[in-house]
Ligand binder design. Structure first.
Ligand SMILES: Cc1cc2nc3c(=O)[nH]c(=O)nc-3n(C[C@H](O)[C@H](O)[C@H](O)COP(=O)(O)OP(=O)(O)OC[C@H]3O[C@@H](n4cnc5c(N)ncnc54)[C@H](O)[C@@H]3O)c2cc1C
Length: 539
């Protein structure tokens, strides 16, 4: 196909990936007067921060609610974006016991919940709660001030002298403590809790080998969740509108297939070329390393790029997620009486044990010889013993469902390789249907007994759908797996370095460039990448 340079225009910066990280980079560069082009492969922007409507029911395609972390609100304030927010309260439940988490004091209710099921482990649960409390104090320091990346330190002297400078020593002290709590949470819990089922109740809804600090900070995160009126996607929409308002250009349904690093050109799936001075890659990082052509680069830079590529390509994304979407012919009130609209629910106190680890690994290792029945037997256990994240958008904003009805997203962490192998064997639709049936059975047989008879319509997204939609390796939803050595920056104090690549004109942002991550860190790295370019171009 003949190559076309689509525009004579050379962009100061091209941002590839219109998720929340790319949107953040684009809006700040556009605000500074740069010629910016944001390129997104999908029709809609937002990536994993996205809401969509089906038959009058609104759902989230990715993250179910947002956390501020001292990042989101300061960014919105800085950009002059006004959105209506609703507090998104969380409930936690085991079997028929549910605890609504609304204030810090509800940690005590959480403790009582665990003690009810594991009375013999009361003193160990006490120990756990002490650790969670300590971590909550660290979180207060960490997220307790508006992130300096979103403040103008030259003009806001009050912030600089009264908030930032007094905060810095506390931050350094806290970061030291946090870095010492990096061991996998499962291993850490073994040091304080003997009962495996209890350890599972606490940790099985985290990604495998999640660092202890990140996992046990969940209680703080539960208190921090908020929901934009109209759905999570409103956040992405508002930033996108600002990009346009500041004169940035957006190009959707454009997939970048090649980066010619020496010529500073990106090429899309129609072989159109776009020229840049700087590139911010805010999409899957393995993709960048696979598609970047390094001929013509200085040998030292090329060698460094190849080294980094080797490390990146050996690594994998985190566990992915399976999400079942239900349209239910039952009013919101029925569900409101049971739990909040963001609900972490474990139907059985037995715990997953080795189901999602050793047993699954064994199935995958011997996939050629494993029968369908063996997989379905495993699936039965997996769905009965798991922890579900249940989101009911209408309980946060009743305008998101038709009157008298409820939309529901029930999800659990899921292994990408399992879905891939089953697809290869040709029975993915059957497997997905079975998984949907089992989830509905488990949830109807426990917490929402009315559910099964009231489902009007259902559909689901597998790890393969996530990979397909946002191009995320292994369908990962928060970047790199915690099971291997992290190939990117994972220490808060070095976050500014996370956006650098071996090629000086290319920066990186988003969930793949720092660990652990999520929406706030994706936003922060988006801003940091933009800042680096602005600083460089001012020189
Ligand atoms: C079910 C679920 C629950 C979650 N829960 C939480 C939570 O509670 N808290 C939290 O903080 N985070 C959570 N997350 C994670 C969070 O949503 C993501 O980490 C974050 O949104 C990532 O943003 P991003 O911009 O880095 O990447 P993405 O959202 O993946 O955006 C990348 C964009 O790049 C585009 N793209 C990819 N390849 C190309 C290409 N070649 N050319 C052009 N465009 C391309 C994609 O289409 C996509 O729009 C959750 C995610 C999911 C799915």
């Amino acid at each position: 196909m003949e190559e076309k340079i689509l525009s004579e225009k050379r962009y100061h910066t091209i941002v590839v990936g219109g998720g929340i990280a790319g949107l953040t980079s684009a809006v700040y560069l556009a605000r500074s007067g740069q010629r910016v082009l944001l390129i997104e492969k999908n029709k809609e922007f937002g990536g994993l921060v996205n809401s969509f409507k089906r038959d009058g029911f609104q759902f989230e395609a990715g993250v179910r609610a947002l956390e501020d972390a001292g990042i989101i609100f300061p960014m919105l304030k800085d950009l002059g974006i006004k959105l209506d927010f609703i507090k998104s309260h969380v409930s936690v439940g085991i079997a028929h016991e549910i605890v609504n988490i609304e204030t810090i004091d509800d940690l005590l209710k959480y403790k009582e919940l665990l003690v009810k099921f594991f009375p013999e482990s009361e003193s160990e649960i006490d120990e756990l709660v002490k650790v969670i409390r300590k971590i909550m104090k660290h979180m207060e320091v960490l997220y307790g001030i508006e992130n300096p990346a979103f403040k103008d330190l030259k003009t806001d002297r009050n912030y600089l002298f009264k908030k930032l400078l007094p905060w810095l020593p506390k931050f350094i002290f806290t970061v030291g403590k946090i870095n010492r709590m990096n061991m996998p949470v499962e291993d850490y819990l073994k040091t304080i809790i003997k009962n495996q089922a209890l350890r599972d109740m606490i940790s099985q809804h985290f990604f495998k080998n999640t660092p202890t600090f990140f996992a046990l900070s969940y209680f703080s995160l539960y208190l921090d969740y908020f929901y934009p009126k109209g759905g999570v996607g409103k956040l992405a929409e508002a930033i996108k509108d600002k990009v346009l308002e500041y004169g940035g250009e957006l190009r959707s349904e454009t997939m970048i297939m090649e980066v010619l690093t020496d010529k500073k050109i990106v090429k899309d799936h129609h072989n159109n070329s776009f020229q840049y001075d700087h590139l911010i890659w805010a999409a899957d990082l393995k993709t960048l390393y696979k598609i970047a052509k390094t001929e013509g680069l200085a040998p030292k830079i090329k060698a460094k790029f190849e080294d980094t590529k080797g490390v990146m390509l050996k690594n994998r994304g985190t566990d992915s997620v399976f999400s079942l979407y239900l349209q239910v012919d039952e009013p919101l009130d029925t569900f409101r009486k049971i739990a909040h609209g963001h609900f972490f629910y474990t139907p059985s106190k037995s715990g997953l044990g080795e189901t999602h680890r050793g047993e699954l690994d064994e199935l995958l290792r011997n996939f050629e010889t494993v029968t369908k029945e063996q997989i379905l037997t495993w699936l039965d256990k997996f769905t009965r013993l798991n922890t579900y994240e249940i989101s009911i958008p209408g309980l946060k904003d009743p305008d998101l469902v038709p009157p008298g009805k409820t939309g529901m997203i029930i999800s659990l962490l899921a292994e990408y390789d399992l879905f891939k192998e089953i697809k290869k064997s040709g029975w993915l639709s059957e497997f997905v249907c079975e998984l949907e049936n089992q989830i509905i059975d488990v949830i109807s047989g426990s917490i929402y007994p009315m559910l099964k008879e009231k489902v009007i319509a259902r559909f689901s997204f597998t790890p393969l759908s996530i990979e397909n939609r946002v191009g995320s390796s292994e369908g990962a939803i928060v970047g790199w797996s915690f099971e291997k050595k992290m190939p990117v920056v994972n220490k808060m104090q070095f976050s500014a370095r996370s956006v650098l690549t071996p090629i000086p004109s290319i920066y990186q942002a988003g969930q793949w460039v720092f660990s652990p991550t999520g929406v706030p860190m994706s936003v922060l790295t988006g801003k940091l990448a933009a800042d680096k370019i602005l600083k460089k171009t001012k020189k």
